[in-house]
Design a protein around this ligand. Structure first.
Ligand code: DGJ
Length: 687
């Protein structure tokens, strides 16, 4: 007997699902390069396993607790009476161009679950999610988006991006031979500890997942007895189960699934292409060279000081001036002001509009920082609307960074935030908005709304956040939006689809930043990666690096300056002006080309290669010693390029030196590092 099989195809990959011969579930037949499904499934071992049910051993795409009792399920359903578990039957398939829907229905609970698949044109990404429709009230204690089983020989090599505040996106590898590895966040945002992104590798084959969800989440990888790794991912109903009402349909967030036969490096380009697609038409809006005054002035913001910085930034060639935190009333430090979004008249005695006009008069676009979900306990907003803050009745509300969090799930709070942003954007000539968020929800309750699991606070907050971002895009399409949460605490696909750039970390120290960006670029595209040149030593890592190093590092994404330019010497200023001019010549290649990560920050020389048309831009960084001692043998001063045509010739547009593609691939591009020379940007043109 043959069982139905469906194959989804992307540009270079295919994904085949079949109905299981062993029971009412869909299982993965094959996922890999195009044509991989032509042969016996590498995942077909379910019949061999004793003492567990076939469902427990199956490479199932999605199973409820009940049908899969032992080895982890994606869906846990209970009735109001407390009965748990579900035993569903297959209820039909719908297939369309690049899309598939497989339905399963449980007669007893009345829940219909549809496993949804959609390919994303122009990418090697398949989106997966689940939809639930109820006929009676039910509690969904777990409601993952999808599961995917990856066959591996031996231990699976996992890669995640882990860290903490100021050390986000640390590229972290581990081998999983047995047991469970789980990452996630219960902070109502993606969080600093882990990116919602995971890769499983079997040799060079790299299978990646990334969850499109701006709230609580988990991604769990389990080593299965039969030699496979099963990855489950979804949102986490941390405040209790999610209730579904009769007639209601609930959608789990989308899980993007990507495959590359070319390892992590190939997979990074799959993600880059996907994020360029997420940007839509806004991809083609040039990202302006930004100056942000946060590191220079902190909360000490006034018109005169900001204009001095703006003038210096304009002289260097910056195109945009962003006033960060500290511009509004009551914000002399981080204890007050949030919620009362009016420019401080003492800081801007001639009016904020005049200040903005003065900045613009320097030829700069103008940008402003906001933290719309935050409120200071002493603010007027809090006095007027104490009920807008998350709070658990009868419990004290804790402060984080001296502030509280607005319940953005409430429509009146959303309306307030939208009206505030409309007022600011309508009153002042603002072309750029930095949306920050510096405190996760702690006492997450909505006074008067009943038990926490009566309302889906996490999903409501996410919906409110996305509603405001969608409003910004629709009502203020010319305003560029930067996403930020105390650095890189809110970087995931739902945010990336609605912002233009994100701020990966507050840590701008050169060698730390190199490591953060190395991890970031494995998952995210250069055109979304905001990066500033700051002072050295700066706030974080004191290890010295040249101004050139800081520029070349920041030029691997969207270049900004965050240094106190008032203290810069004329020599530093003219060097900076030269770097900015060079960046403007190559940013189209950096943002729209194909990026390749060359080496790692542990190597003496590492870098990023960007290719577009006949141009190859190489950002090269020496991480080694700067004392001028001769380098050890082994060509630590060479960077092997990739992807070039071995038979073609490439000319360095600055020096005129030319190389064969074979030489650049085999021996690498040479650099003569010295105490004063620890970074370079080389532009090669194919002859
Ligand atoms: C955290 C952000 O990550 C910083 O860039 C800066 O905007 C501060 N907040 C301001 O409070």
């Amino acid at each position: 007997m043959t069982y139905p099989r469906w194959t989804l195809r992307t540009e270079h990959t295919s994904y085949t699902v079949r109905l299981s011969p062993d029971g009412p579930w869909a299982e993965l037949d094959a996922w890999g390069p195009l044509g991989v499904e032509d042969g016996p499934s590498a995942l077909d071992w379910s019949h061999r396993t004793h003492f567990i049910t076939p469902a427990d051993a199956a490479p199932a795409e999605y199973l409820p607790y009940g049908l899969r009792p032992f080895t982890g399920s994606e869906l846990v359903v209970s009735t109001p009476g407390g009965e748990r578990g579900m035993w569903w039957e297959f209820d039909g398939a719908e297939e369309a161009q690049g899309a598939l829907r497989l339905a399963f229905t449980d007669e007893v609970t009345g829940l219909r679950t549809v496993l949804c698949y959609a390919t994303v044109p122009g990418t090697d990404v398949i989106l997966r999610w689940a939809e639930f429709t109820a006929t009676a009230e039910l509690r969904l204690e777990r409601l993952d988006s999808a599961a995917v089983t990856v066959p591996v020989r031996g231990a699976a090599r996992l890669t995640c991006l882990a860290g903490q505040w100021s050390q986000e996106f640390q590229h972290t590898r581990l081998d999983l031979a047995r047991g469970t590895f789980s990452i996630g966040s219960l902070q109502g945002v993606a969080g600093h500890a882990y990116a919602p992104w995971l890769v499983v590798q079997d040799g060079e084959a790299a299978y990646g997942v990334a969850l499109e969800w701006a709230g609580n989440w988990h991604i769990t990888a389990e080593a299965e007895p039969g030699g496979a790794v099963r990855v489950r991912a979804g949102r986490v109903p941390h405040e209790g189960a999610v209730r579904i009402a009769p007639g209601e349909t609930l959608k789990a967030p989308r899980l993007a699934c990507a495959f590359s036969a070319d390892g992590l490096d190939g997979l990074s380009r799959v993600w880059h292409r996907y994020e360029r697609r997420l940007a839509g038409d806004r991809l083609h809006r040039p990202r302006k060279v930004l100056y942000n005054s946060w590191e220079a002035t902190g909360f000490d913001v006034d018109a005169a000081g900001q204009l001095e910085l703006a003038k210096a930034a304009a002289d260097l060639g910056a195109e945009l001036f962003v006033v960060d935190d500290g511009w509004f009333t009551g914000r002399g430090d981080d204890t007050g002001g949030l919620g009362d979004w009016y420019p401080d008249p003492q800081a801007f005695p001639q009016g904020f509009d005049r200040f903005v006009a003065d900045v613009r008069g320097l030829g700069l676009d103008f940008g402003l920082w906001v933290e719309p979900e935050a409120v200071s306990p002493g603010s007027r907003l809090h006095a007027e609307h104490p009920e807008w803050v998350y709070r658990v009745d009868g419990r004290p509300a804790r402060l984080v960074r001296n502030q509280l969090l607005l319940d953005l799930g409430r429509s009146d709070v959303q309306d307030f935030v939208i009206a505030t942003l409309d007022r600011l954007l309508g009153t002042y000539a603002i072309g750029y908005l930095k949306w920050d968020m510096n405190r996760p929800p702690t006492e997450r309750g909505r006074p008067g709304a009943g038990p926490a699991d009566r309302v889906d606070l996490d999903a409501e907050h996410v919906a409110g956040y996305l509603r405001v971002l969608d409003h910004l895009r629709a009502a203020h399409p010319d305003v560029t939006v930067e996403g930020c949460a105390g650095g890189g605490g809110r970087v995931e696909h739902a945010t990336l689809a609605r912002t233009d750039v994100v701020w990966p970390s507050d840590n701008t120290a050169p060698l730390d930043r190199l490591r953060i960006q190395y991890g970031f670029l494995h998952a995210h595209a250069p055109h979304v990666m905001s990066s500033w040149v700051t002072d050295a030593p700066g706030v974080f890592d004191p290890r010295p690096r040249s101004l050139a190093f800081r520029f070349v590092n920041a030029m691997c994404g969207v270049l900004g300056i965050g240094a106190d330019l008032r203290a810069w010497t004329p020599e530093q200023r003219s060097e900076a002006a030269r770097w900015i001019a060079r960046y403007k010549e190559v940013r189209d290649v950096v943002h729209h080309g194909e990026a390749r990560l060359l080496g790692t920050p542990d190597d003496p020389t590492c870098g990023v290669q960007f290719d577009a048309g006949d141009r190859t831009v190489v950002a090269a960084l020496s991480t080694g010693r700067l004392d001028g001692a001769p380098l050890l043998p082994g060509r630590p001063d060479r960077l092997r390029l990739r992807g070039l045509d071995p038979a073609a010739r490439y000319r360095d547009t600055a020096t005129g030196a030319s190389y064969s593609g074979a030489h650049l691939r085999h021996h690498g591009l040479p650099f003569a590092w010295s105490a004063g020379h620890d970074a370079d940007l080389v532009v090669l043109r194919r002859l």
